[in-house]
Design a binder for this molecule. Structure first.
Ligand SMILES: Nc1ncnc2c1ncn2[C@@H]1O[C@H](COP(=O)(O)OP(=O)(O)OP(=O)(O)O)[C@@H](O)[C@H]1O
Ligand SMILES: [Mg+2]
Length: 467
């Protein structure tokens, strides 16, 4: 499906949310998401686009277009398309012609219908479920869009273009691929026979407008005091594990937390797909490499963690621990590489530790369970749980300090917890991240490092709030 050029897609007609805090719109998880109004092509424009596109393909050799360079190719396509429209006496006015040309240029040179969405920097995720279902996320809220591909073949062509640009391929024999767009956005594509309803594409945009800690406070993800605690925890080199489900905001929080690392420290980041954007000057970014088409040459996170230890790191930031690198990470944390931060996919802090345990077991090194847990409990100091609640907002739901072991069990103390009061009439969750009254053990350590965190911050405030 076609659409008008971006300049016509004004924010005011395309979104119900204008202020930066997340939507105050009614939101219900079981209802179909709202439609995001984007200006797509009229039937007439669509009809002429198809005609012109077809003739264009007869007239030019697409492989030659690729050799021209983007700007030249755009101009060339524009000239030819306008000429065809002229010759055919198409009943479309000047601005409609521009729209048709732009859309053909996007199809021939770009990512087709996705271009419109990619140009909108407020869109953070693009989710394509088959040719006709395109969803986007904007400021934490999911929308349906009228953007569509002509058919699954059209969608497949776009996917093919994305993955071949990074030297990978997608077909029946390798139907799942991770790739990256030129701008750094993370892409996953999965096609039939694995995807039952047509090719599916998930794009996590490379954040242009990075969230700052102030943004997260304003969005209600965490409170001002929790932000100060996070700052202090990072500065005092405690090892932090951020835990959360898919899309809960782990990477975003990791980025913000890493922002508290002092500028003069040497930071090494390790990721499967580079998303972190640290502002410090002394950062070495490492990214894994998947196996090539012959199945060779893979460099895993584990390889990178091991290598990073030889790079004189002062901080190691791992985007997400997913596998056997958990073992090397724990060993690093326990052998003087403190101040490391990472994330893990888990639904509670307790599960997060369980996941790490399982990952270490997967590495093939057999530890007695108690030894393993003792390693985990001495390596990790803080576990932060983040959640995407049913109203679409991301919130910290718990901050826990790991105390040690009791028998075979790792013990933790909850320092902050999300106290959920109710759901308001717009189906927004009402509640607050409050201190539990437990003064963390690390409070002393902070004082020793000259970091002053008022003890009142941890005081139980529930009663003052009338509950
Ligand atoms: N605190 C927040 N408030 C609102 N939106 C957020 C917040 N944190 C992240 N987002 C948005 O949510 C999406 C997911 O964020 P992020 O990549 O940080 O999550 P994740 O948990 O790392 O996801 P994944 O499981 O895919 O790795 C992004 O589009 C991001 O812009
Ligand atoms: Mg992530």
């Amino acid at each position: 499906m076609l659409r008008q050029p971006l300049k016509k897609v004004s924010r005011s007609n395309s979104t119900p949310v204008e202020q930066s805090p997340e939507s105050k719109q009614p939101h219900s998880s079981d209802a179909e998401p709202e439609l995001l109004e984007l200006k797509t092509l009229t039937d007439l424009e669509h009809e002429w686009k198809s005609k012109v596109h077809e003739r264009l393909l007869q007239m030019i050799d697409l492989s030659l277009i690729d050799t021209l360079g983007k700007d030249k190719a755009r101009t060339e396509i524009e000239e030819i398309c306008l000429r065809i429209l002229e010759e055919e006496s198409a009943p479309v006015n000047f601005s409609q012609r521009q729209v048709i040309v732009r859309s053909i240029q996007d199809d021939v040179l770009g990512l087709g219908p996705l271009e419109l969405l990619l140009k909108d920097s407020t869109i953070s995720d693009i989710l394509v479920n088959g040719a006709k279902n395109v969803y986007v996320e904007r400021r934490g809220k999911l929308y349906r869009t009228a953007v569509a591909f002509n058919d699954n073949r059209h969608l497949l062509n776009v996917i093919d273009r994305i993955v071949s640009a990074v030297g990978r391929r997608i077909d029946e024999s390798s139907p799942m691929v991770d790739a990256r767009l030129e701008d750094g956005s993370r892409v996953n594509a999965i096609i039939p026979p694995l995807a039952l309803d047509g090719p599916s594409l998930s794009i996590r945009r490379f954040a242009v407008d990075l969230f700052t800690v102030e943004d997260l406070v304003e969005l209600g993800t965490l409170t001002d005091s929790a932000a100060k605690v996070l700052d202090a925890v990072v500065k005092s080199r405690l090892n932090v594990l951020i835990s959360g489900g898919t899309g809960s905001g782990k990477t975003t929080l990791l980025n913000v937390a890493s922002g508290f690392i002092p500028e003069d420290e040497r930071i090494i980041t390790i990721e499967d797909s580079a998303e972190l954007q640290l502002r410090q000057p002394h950062v070495v970014r490492l990214e894994t490499r998947p196996a090539n088409i012959e199945g060779r040459g893979e460099i895993s996170q584990r390889d990178l963690v091991k290598n990073s230890l030889r790079m004189r790191p002062e901080r190691i930031v791992i985007g997400e621990v997913r596998g056997s690198e958990a073992l090397d990470m724990l060993q690093a944390m326990n052998t003087g590489h403190d101040g490391s931060i990472t994330t893990v996919h888990a639904n509670t802090p307790r599960d997060a530790l369980g996941r790490i345990e399982t990952m270490v077991t997967m590495s093939g090194v057999a530890f007695p369970i108690r030894t393993l847990r003792a390693q985990i409990s001495s390596a990790i100091n803080i576990v932060i749980q983040i959640e995407r609640s049913e109203d679409g907002r991301r919130r910290l739901t718990s901050i826990q300090e790991i105390d040690g072991m009791e028998g075979d069990v790792i013990t933790m103390s909850e320092l902050f917890t999300f106290r959920r009061d109710r759901m308001d009439e717009n189906k927004n969750v009402v509640g607050e991240l409050v201190p539990t009254g437990v003064v963390p053990k690390f409070h002393r350590k902070l004082a020793g490092k000259g970091i002053d965190l008022p003890i009142e911050m941890f005081e139980h405030s529930w009663d003052q709030n009338g509950s």
